[in-house]
Write a protein that binds this ligand. Structure first.
Ligand SMILES: Cc1cc2nc3c(=O)[nH]c(=O)nc-3n(C[C@H](O)[C@H](O)[C@H](O)COP(=O)(O)OP(=O)(O)OC[C@H]3O[C@@H](n4cnc5c(N)ncnc54)[C@H](O)[C@@H]3O)c2cc1C
Length: 497
């Protein structure tokens, strides 16, 4: 529901477009800037705009279905439990002071009429009008029509998926420890990651590290039983860093017994039966899809100009333009959903990463504030400072300023320092740092909250009327015999040793 500003049309209010207003000759007293998406671009743009412009100069509205911005570079650590998942998000209502927040999905953009349609989680869709539009709608997972993928695969783009993956992996270990069916055990303990870019390699590195730390507490499971598989279509991993550093990462992961298949594709995974393009076949309960992203498809429901990849066409001022470079008035874009020219690499576009999205957001806020004060906008220009990746506790790789390559513990420290500095709000920085300090002293948490995803299951079961008892009261049940070599037998042996 719309928050404080009375300037925002309520869901029930009739549609009133800018064109309609113009016809009625009633200009808005304070121009309204609508920011689509409250992620990296959205949050930083809105904050910068609010800092630069007084409330009488502009009303700012941020629209997002989630009530928070997610700092995605910390998702792998959230999945591993090194950071509390709540702390990798910045709540909009706290981080966006002086900004109106509308919770809902943008479902259509009609820029000609200066209106956007918003679909809330509950209730009817409604339209709001604006004077200036900022599009920071990000990206979604780029999937392929692989048989079984939609049914069994899990993405790794948001905090809900990171929490679910953590609980799922720890829960599979619990399930494997409590069955004596060897095929089922193998399937439960096989984890497949598809996509060897930053997100995939970091997620794999962190989750594998967490799983190995967890298995130490299970007498019934040996470390060798854990099988982690990385499938990558290209001949190398981590295209974001040099070939040498990518090769080093490959070596580090292989030393950890992670199976890596390069130049290989996932062909099928129906019911968890994985088939790779190199003819390898095996069963797995966990298939994590991290094979790239594409611009948010909701942009297709707009009259804004898009390139062949579905990204908003933008110039270096972060203004939306037509293909021929003509500026589309009052429309701005940045981040994963926009094709912004990279002025340091002529002919190329800024890569879809947080390093650019965050800076573009700030720059866009500055530019729009300048335009509203009749000053010319300035070009966005940022030279890549490097890349840092965490591969588990105390392990990492980094490449700074193109040439400086760092590995191991130092790279891991660099990763943590860089990202905690970039994490929005002082509150979150402190909480993350405090969490890390606690983990150093108390070790990481390896408990699975398996029932988190169906919290009503136990209550439902309790609500079913009891069946009449099959055995007479006082009659003893026959003793259960554990099969030799089964986890139950192993646990009994361990307990009696
Ligand atoms: C696992 C992972 C690890 C990463 N690691 C790194 C890293 O180490 N370094 C790095 O530089 N980059 C990293 N990235 C990339 C980086 O996070 C993104 O490039 C960056 O967040 C893009 O910012 P954005 O604002 O364009 O999109 P986002 O931050 O994704 O924001 C998009 C927002 O739009 C909202 N939205 C979506 N649909 C709608 C709709 N219909 N209506 C309204 N709102 C909508 C979403 O809820 C979201 O809040 C990583 C990404 C992932 C997934």
């Amino acid at each position: 529901m719309p928050s404080s500003s009375s300037d925002v049309a309520s869901p029930q209010a009739p549609v009133e477009t800018a064109a309609a207003q113009a016809r009625r000759g009633k200009p808005r007293k304070v121009p309204r800037i609508v920011v689509l998406g409250g992620g990296t671009v959205g949050l930083y743009t809105a904050r910068r705009l609010r800092k630069r412009l007084g409330k009488r100069e502009a009303a700012i509205v941020v629209v997002d279905p989630r009530p928070y911005m997610t700092y995605a570079p910390f998702l792998p650590e959230a999945a591993a439990g090194s950071i509390d998942a709540r702390y990798v998000v910045a709540p909009h209502r706290r981080a966006l002071k002086g900004v109106d927040v509308l919770q809902g999905k943008v479902s259509q953009i009609n820029h000609a009429e200066r209106t956007v349609e918003i679909t809330p989680e509950e209730g009817d869709a409604y339209w709001i009008t604006y004077d200036h539009l900022v599009v920071g709608l990000g990206s979604v997972a780029r999937t392929l029509p692989i048989p079984g993928l939609a049914e069994i695969g899990i993405g790794f783009k948001n905090v809900e998926e990171a929490i679910a993956l953590r609980n799922h992996v720890l829960n599979r270990i619990d399930v494997a420890a409590s069955t004596w069916d060897p095929a089922l055990r193998k399937r439960m303990l096989t984890f497949v990651f598809v996509g060897g870019g930053f997100a995939g390699v970091e997620a794999l590195g962190e989750v594998e590290d967490m799983a190995r730390a967890a298995v130490k507490y299970y007498k019934a499971i040996e470390q060798e039983e854990l099988r982690f598989v990385l499938v990558e279509g290209s001949p190398r991993i981590l295209p974001e860093v040099s070939e040498e550093l990518g090769g080093y990462t490959l070596e580090v992961l292989r030393k950890r017994d992670i199976e890596i298949h390069l130049s290989t594709f996932l062909s099928s995974c129906v019911d968890g039966h994985v088939v790779l393009s190199n003819k390898m076949e095996f069963d797995a309960e966990t298939i994590v899809w991290t094979a790239g992203v594409k611009a948010n498809p909701v942009l297709q429901n707009s009259d804004l100009p898009l390139d062949k990849l579905g990204r908003l066409i933008c110039n270096a001022y972060l203004q939306v333009t037509q293909e021929d470079g003509t500026v589309v008035p009052d429309a701005y874009g940045a981040g994963d959903c926009a094709a912004v020219p990279d002025l340091y690499n002529p002919g190329k576009f800024c890569p879809p990463n947080a390093q650019h999205a965050l800076r573009e957001g700030n720059h866009l806020g500055d530019n729009l504030a300048r335009v509203l004060r009749s000053a010319p906008p300035t070009e966005y220009k940022h030279k890549n400072v490097g890349a840092v990746a965490s591969l588990g506790m105390y392990k990492g790789v980094a490449q700074m300023f193109g040439r400086i390559k760092v590995k191991g513990f130092l790279a891991w420290v660099l990763h943590r320092s860089y990202h905690v500095a970039a994490m929005p709000t002082f509150n979150r920085k402190i909480r993350i740092a405090a969490g890390w300090t606690g983990a150093l002293l108390l070790r990481r948490e390896v408990v699975a909250m398996g029932s988190l995803h169906d919290p009503r299951a136990e209550f439902r079961a309790a609500s079913v009327p009891p069946k009449p008892r099959a055995v007479e009261v006082g009659e003893a049940l026959p003793p259960q015999k554990a099969e030799p070599g089964s986890p139950a037998a192993k646990s009994t042996k361990a307990a009696t040793a």
